[in-house]
Ligand binder design. Structure first.
Ligand code: SF4
Ligand code: FES
Length: 392
């Protein structure tokens, strides 16, 4: 008798997904700033639930072993973690390219030097505006802008490559040229001009943040002109605003295809807004290994590839290019994450997203709803007084 196990044809046909290129490690949600477009969830993770040092180190080792190349050390403000140097050193040691995504606030020069000595590869500094008073207003912290200028100087002194990241919205969209000039002045090699994406806190503030179509068109023309003028001096990356788009972007490079996020508590997400999709169940690095979660977690499997799609995506020649756009935006606007991203003009919900943009862009908006621990969704206005210390 032949005792060979006959493979289950469905299991046998299942091919392990290629390794992700990048991992976003949200080391903490604590942050000295309160930007109203923050991509962190509206329900922020508390410090008491954050992963400990050894668990993060194990996760970084697993990431490197499974083929991740880029590790983005993010938050919140990642340097609010006391073990940031130890974590960075470990990531470098296991072979990951390390990118610190920081507000630059509350980071002493000595700490930055320790990070450089630990082998940190790159710094990405967020800037709220080129004009100090407005920048501080957006960040929700007086004096933040001037401290960022000092921080950028330290980055250069220490010989670390610098990227400036500016989230664009109604409150700064007219200042793109000044923002790019500021990036040059700061000695950055690259600037990312990213129109606000409306999930998390930005969705709460859409009426305050949405620019008009004319503003977006002028901004795009400015970016194109500056790209030509600054060729060889500064790389300008641009993220276009979905609400005025004709075709969506391949959000996160396609669900479960190129990247993953780990939250401060160790929950592994296919994208930063995935938790808004309530029927998904997410796995924790404390329960399963990172490679196992990447390959087998039901949350990654849910929208990986194209088999979950509905029309018009199913028969669309772009389905392997944009992977149907953004699942979270499909949920937020169309009420179904398996719909085409409403940013796509072929989506039956496209008229809705356009109408929302036009309406919000001229809304008589109240003050920003600032990102803050304990602040809830809805239209509650949050008054803040800030002293620059990372919020608990
Ligand atoms: Fe992308 Fe779907 Fe639109 Fe085609 S129909 S462009 S796959 S979102
Ligand atoms: Fe979740 Fe785009 S933010 S798929």
């Amino acid at each position: 008798m032949n005792d060979m196990t006959i493979p289950n044809p469905i299991e046998a046909a299942r091919v392990a997904p290629p390794a992700p290129l990048g991992m976003l490690a949200e080391l903490t949600h604590r942050c000295p700033l309160s930007c109203p477009y923050c991509s962190n969830p509206v329900e922020l993770d508390k410090r008491s639930g954050e992963l400990d040092t050894e668990t993060w180190k194990r996760v970084f080792s697993e990431a490197a072993a499974m083929g991740v190349l880029h590790l983005h050390l993010s938050g919140g403000e990642p340097t609010a973690r006391k073990d940031i140097v130890e974590l960075t050193a470990h990531a470098v040691q296991v072979g990951l390219y390390t990118n610190l995504i920081t507000s630059g606030i509350g980071v002493a020069r000595e700490k930055l030097e320790e990070l450089a000595n630990a082998g940190l590869d790159h710094v990405q500094l967020s800037i709220q505006d080129a004009e100090a008073e407005n920048a501080d207003k957006i960040a929700g912290l007086k004096g933040a802008h001037s401290r960022k200028r000092i921080f950028a100087g330290w980055v250069l002194e220490l010989g670390l490559p610098l990227t400036i990241n500016a989230v664009i919205h109604r409150g700064n969209v007219e200042n793109i040229e000044a923002l790019v000039n500021m990036a040059l002045e700061f000695g950055a090699r690259r600037v990312e001009i990213a129109h606000s994406q409306y999930y998390g806190w930005a969705l709460e503030n859409r009426r305050q943040l949405m620019p008009t179509r004319d503003q977006v068109m002028r901004a795009a023309a400015t970016v194109e002109r500056l790209r030509d003028e600054l060729k060889g001096k500064l790389v300008i990356d641009a993220v276009v605003p979905d609400y005025y788009a004709k075709r969506p972007k391949p959000c996160v490079g396609g669900w479960g295809r190129q990247s993953l996020n780990v939250t401060p508590q160790g929950k592994v997400l296919p994208c930063h807004a995935a938790e808004t999709i309530k029927h998904l169940e997410f796995d924790y690095v404390t329960d399963r290994s990172l490679p196992d979660i990447w390959a087998n977690s039901s949350s990654f499997e849910a929208y990986r590839g194209t088999s979950w799609m509905k029309e018009p995506c199913t028969s669309c020649p772009r389905k392997e290019i944009d992977f149907g756009g953004c699942r979270c935006q499909a949920l937020a606007i169309a009420g179904d994450p398996a719909q085409a991203d409403p940013a796509c003009s072929l989506s039956p919900f496209h008229a809705k997203i356009t109408a929302l943009a036009i309406k919000d862009a001229v809304a008589d908006a109240p003050d920003y709803i600032y990102r803050r621990f304990g602040a809830t969704s809805g239209n509650a206005r949050v008054q803040i007084t800030r002293n620059g210390a990372p919020a608990e």
